[in-house]
Design a protein around this ligand. Structure first.
Ligand code: G6P
Length: 423
């Protein structure tokens, strides 16, 4: 379970004063009558998910692991961010003894696409193309290139090395997968892209990367219980939601999502889509931004400390690092670093976090929300998903907005299609 500390959040209203409003909204979520209610399948997914499909995911992942050097995950937005966030957080950036995961379909950058294609040329390749709509242009463009590459390289065998994760009936990708005989996995109708990491969208790439997906689902299932009580004293996810609302009332328009683990950079990217697309509408919302400390203390730190007071920080701390190391002694101590000899480097990281909190909160006057997760395990990732899902659903509904649509994303697409000459 994640824990929440609001003692540094400088809230000018009492969180508990929102209890009645929270109760009402919680009820509409629970009985699926809230705005966007046809996309609330994530609430009961831990009980509802298809066990047979889950077994098929494990078998498919095993096949990929046994025969592949590389799995190309081809998707964008919710169709890749969650998988990448989980894989990097749980396995670290340079995992040993795992197949490599490469991401494509998330950009029009010709340079990037060309380099990826060159990079995978001599390797044993599997492809997981992921798109809920089955029509997203970045993904479709990359997939055509990948498909031709796979057919040239493997001939008929290509179709057994390509796996499609998409809608059960609709979209070009579904039709293509059926025609080509690809193995397919289903993205349920009632779970939107940015919530879909808990479905085959996230779970198949995770399993292929050697992650314990049973533990992931257990963490999510336990989160369903742990973050379900509407009582603000008992529900840290809802307390976090209310704290965000209060800080917005105090004039803060930006939330800087901070972590101290390099392998959690993509967790922040996933969180930004989840929060930005859910809440940023109707002229409302808090701009989700992120920083990786202490790395970014050497870039963004100056602004946070002394710049315009537009932001508050939400720190996602981790109790146990994946690996700790002891700092070595040096007889000559010419670098003057012996004061750390014999100390844990993770301890130093935690001292950096503590010092930063004091600097930002006390000297800089920046409100700080503290969230702590026990470790970077598959279980804790699953649990964290439910925490943030519940929190963002609550804050967005408190705004009176629909947390589950993203109408604003279509505007650039319309212009782009016109410019590209799409019929
Ligand atoms: O899975 P897809 O249908 O390809 O969608 C991929 C992504 O692109 C869209 O434009 C939406 O803004 C995202 O919410 C979505 O996750």
């Amino acid at each position: 379970m994640l824990t929440l500390d609001l003692n540094h959040a400088k809230l000018k209203e009492d969180v508990k004063s929102y209890q009645e409003e929270v109760n009402k909204i919680d009820e509409t979520l629970r009985n699926h009558t809230c705005k966007g209610n046809d996309f609330t399948g994530w609430l009961t997914w831990a009980q509802d998910y298809d066990r047979n499909e889950f077994t098929r995911i494990k078998e498919c992942a095993k096949r990929i692991q046994e025969n592949g050097d590389v799995l190309v995950v081809c998707g964008i937005g919710g169709s890749y961010l969650g998988a990448r966030a989980a894989i990097e957080m749980i396995n670290g950036i340079y995992p040993e003894n795992q197949i490599e995961i490469v991401y494509l379909g998330n950009t029009f950058s010709s340079s990037y696409i060309a380099q990826v294609m060159k990079y995978i040329e001599g390797k044993s390749v599997y492809v997981n193309v992921i798109s809920k709509s089955g029509t997203t242009t970045e993904t479709a463009l990359a997939f055509r290139i990948l498909k031709q590459f796979m057919e040239d390289k493997y001939g008929e065998e290509a179709s057994s090395r390509i796996i499609a994760t998409t809608d059960k009936a609709r979209g070009t990708l579904k039709a293509l997968a059926e025609e080509q005989g690809y193995e397919t996995f289903v993205i349920p109708d009632d779970i939107g892209g940015r919530f879909s990491v808990i479905t085959p969208v996230g779970v198949l790439p995770m399993a292929a990367a050697g992650i314990d997906i049973d533990a992931f689902m257990k963490g999510y299932a336990d989160g369903s219980g742990e973050y379900s009580d509407p009582d603000l004293d008992k529900n840290p996810a809802y307390r976090y939601a209310v704290a965000r609302r209060i800080l917005q009332n105090q004039g803060y328009d930006v939330e800087l999502f901070v972590n101290y683990e390099t392998q959690m950079q993509m967790v922040a990217e996933w969180w930004k889509q989840l929060f930005g697309e859910s809440e940023g509408k109707d002229g409302l919302g808090i701009l989700p931004d992120s920083a990786n400390f202490s790395t970014d203390l050497h870039s963004l730190g100056q602004f946070v400390q002394d710049g315009k007071k537009v932001l508050f920080e939400t720190n996602l701390y981790v109790d146990q690092p994946m690996i700790d190391i002891t700092f070595p002694n040096d007889k000559e101590d010419k670098d003057g670093m012996n004061y750390l000899a014999g100390k844990s480097v993770d301890w130093a990281n935690k001292m950096a976090a503590k010092g930063t909190l004091m600097a930002h909160e006390e000297t800089g006057g920046i409100p700080n929300i503290l969230i702590t997760m026990p470790s970077m395990s598959a279980y804790d990732f699953g649990n964290m998903c439910m925490f943030f899902f519940k929190a963002i659903a609550m804050t967005t509904l408190m705004n009176g907005s629909n947390p589950f649509n993203q109408p604003g994303v279509e505007v650039y697409k319309k212009n782009m299609f016109k410019l590209l000459g799409k019929e």
